[in-house]
Write a protein that binds this ligand. Sequence first.
Ligand SMILES: *[C@@H]1O[C@H](CO)[C@@H](O)[C@H](O)[C@H]1NC(C)=O
Length: 281
Amino acid sequence: MKTFSATRALSFSAAIGQCLAATTQGIPGSIYNRLVEMATISQAAYADLCNIPATITTVEKIYNAQTDINGWVLRDDSRQEIIIVFRGTGSDTNLQLDTNYTLAPFDSLPKCVGCAVHGGYYLGWISVQDQVESLVQKQATQYPEYTLTVTGHSLGASMAAITAGQLSAIYDHVRLYTFGEPRTGNLAYASYMNENFEAASPETTRFFRVTHADDGIPNLPPTEQGYVHSGIEYWSGEPHSAYSTFVCTGSEVQCCEVQGGQGVNDAHVTYFGMASGACTW
Ligand SMILES: *[C@@H]1O[C@H](CO)[C@@H](O)[C@H](O)[C@H]1NC(C)=O
């Protein structure tokens, strides 16, 4: 297991700050297909995992009644992969989490020094932490050579990010794919995520933060309240294709965010032509 020091976190965030924003157009087909597969699972999570790829089997449901957090542990034996997916907002109870912008100390992960995350989603995470950790441990013990991947859309994206951050303290090489992710934490959290998921460059990153057109949710909660994004942004344009996907690294406000979308809009609910829960794929 890697050790982590606060000094390293600070120098890393300083290095990121110095990086100039860079945007490149076009991604390899293999990465594009992977983003589409994870988007399919994330959008299917709104409708009991309708039409997910046939190689994927459902292991167990994740659920808490108080927070109405829903998710699944899945397994893809063809890829030797354990996948956790969280559903996005599906109820008024979820909406109460969405709108709670109070930054909460990331107390469940003390090695993330100075880290704070979205208060509503932190309550969501705490409500399912025991379930997630024991389900993953069972699978990881039974399939020790499998890798671990976490994904989700919207509220599910932030849940995925917090979960992946937590699990990356236990498991190596956790991968994270988020779609329409709100800003999930403060600068210390973002630096921790970028370091743990090697997100300094698209060559190494295991944190793919996928955005779409002028999706307004990545503009919330506001930066003025101490929130920043992490991961490498993969900005999907229309018509969606590998060629119309941009890789955006470096500074905070570019690509999706500068389009100026605010809140839930058409671009938020549809990724790669798939609308949340529509099952038309
Ligand atoms: C908002 O989140 C914070 C931090 O998780 C929590 O302490 C507080 O109770 C939440 N507020 C509501 C109204 O749920």
